[in-house]
Design a protein around this ligand. Structure first.
Ligand SMILES: NC(=O)c1ccc[n+]([C@@H]2O[C@H](COP(=O)([O-])OP(=O)(O)OC[C@H]3O[C@@H](n4cnc5c(N)ncnc54)[C@H](O)[C@@H]3O)[C@@H](O)[C@H]2O)c1
Length: 373
């Protein structure tokens, strides 16, 4: 952990879904002395600035990051627009939090990691699910050795198609916005974090594209990683389930098998079901996105950032945001993902995509340059 700061003067770049959530938390944290916001969409950003009584708003992230007040930065822009603000924040030596994925391009991701390392700053990446109580206790049990030596991990993520529909609608730069890079990355990070330091040496994957091909992405990607110590890790995601699938965003299952124990995680949220004659909102609703058809059934608690009570979000994104403030202000130890974790996750997700595309096993680690061809 690098040095701490006495009070936080925070710049938030990106005032959309996650920007709104995190800016509201910033306003609840007593250590935030100053809050500056930035969004290209001036109406959206000004509205959040008003709602959070922000001290400053601009549509130009450079102007915000060069303000003398700023000492901490959250980059919460769209997946393929993290790089420029992240590089500038690192260059300015600010504490840094970047939404996942670190970048949507392998070379840009390496550039961010290099900038962070050269600046010697603390940079965290938004792998929010690490902050859920169930995953924290699993991590603890695995670390305590209750499973023995882990040798097999099976991960299955299922999502309806609203995230790809909403995410891809926002941009024409769709190359790289695959199920693994945008969403599978959460389960990949979780599985690797729980396994603790295992190093993948190869991956073999396949994808399908019956539903979302016209949007320029895949439906499902299934892969098998082999680790240096022989562990096998099967990572599977499908993000094209029908819009009416009741998972608000994410349903996950992970089995972690060790020589003397196993943990079987049922995180599909099927234990809490709401059915109503009312039409339910989409789980993920960036500005301007409407679900293409009515939904009447929801697995409650399946919205990854958390759940709303009384217009407030409670859940892992709150834990993650608030504990990041404690981390940079008081040096609190937290389970945040590092920029290095984020870079590793992107390269592994992209290696799965590459393996599926070439229909070949890919040796790991892979150089970011390999994705240029
Ligand atoms: N950690 C999680 O659980 C979680 C959940 C949802 C989204 N995300 C990630 O958060 C990021 C943002 O997603 P979102 O859902 O908030 O998207 P969003 O579309 O709701 O908001 C993104 C905002 O960034 C703004 N923006 C883009 N480029 C900008 C720039 N150069 N300068 C200033 N503003 C800019 C856009 O105008 C938009 O308002 C993505 O990387 C996404 O994958 C993470």
């Amino acid at each position: 952990m690098t040095n701490t700061i006495e009070s936080i003067r925070l710049a938030i770049i990106g005032c959309g879904t996650t920007g709104r959530i995190r800016a509201n938390f910033a306003r609840q944290y007593p250590g935030i002395e100053w809050l500056g916001l930035c969004d290209l969409d001036s109406a959206l950003g000004k509205q959040l600035a008003e709602d959070t009584s922000a001290d400053f708003f601009t549509t130009d992230f450079e102007e915000l990051l060069d303000r003398s007040e700023v000492n901490a930065v959250m980059v919460l822009t769209d997946e393929n627009r993290h790089t420029a603000p992240a590089l500038k924040a690192a260059d300015n030596g600010h504490k840094l939090f970047i939404e996942k994925p670190l970048a949507a391009d392998a070379l840009e991701s390496r550039q961010i990691l290099k900038a962070v390392e050269e600046a010697g700053i603390d940079a965290c990446v938004g792998y929010t699910q690490r902050f859920r109580r169930r995953f924290l206790t699993i991590k603890e049990r695995v670390t305590n050795g209750q499973l023995g030596e882990i040798h097999s991990v099976i991960t299955r993520a299922m999502m309806n198609r609203m995230v790809p529909l909403a995410t891809l609608a926002k941009t024409k730069k769709r190359k790289g916005l695959t199920p693994m890079v945008v969403s599978g990355t959460h389960s990949l990070d979780m599985s690797l974090w729980l396994m603790g330091g295992k190093v993948p040496i190869s991956v073999y994957a396949r994808s399908t594209e019956k539903v979302l091909a016209e949007l320029g992405t895949k439906d499902s990607t299934f892969g098998l990683f082999t680790m240096e110590d022989g562990t096998i890790f099967s990572m599977n995601i499908s993000w094209c389930l029908p819009t009416v699938w009741p998972g608000s965003v994410y349903g996950l299952e992970i089995a972690i098998v060790g020589t003397k124990g196993v943990i079987d995680v049922e995180d599909t949220h099927r234990d809490l079901v709401l059915a109503t004659e009312d039409s339910l909102p989409a789980g993920y609703t960036p500005e301007g996105y409407e679900p293409p058809m009515e939904r009447h059934v929801d697995f409650l608690t399946s919205y990854p950032p958390g759940d709303i009570w009384n217009h407030q979000l409670w859940g892992p994104m709150k834990e993650e945001t608030m504990s990041w403030f404690s981390r940079i202000m008081m040096g609190a130890e937290t389970p945040h993902a590092s920029a290095e974790d984020g870079h590793r996750n992107l390269l592994l997700a992209m290696a799965m995509d590459r393996s599926a595309e070439l229909r070949q096993e890919i040796a790991l680690p892979i150089d970011p340059e390999a994705f240029l061809s």
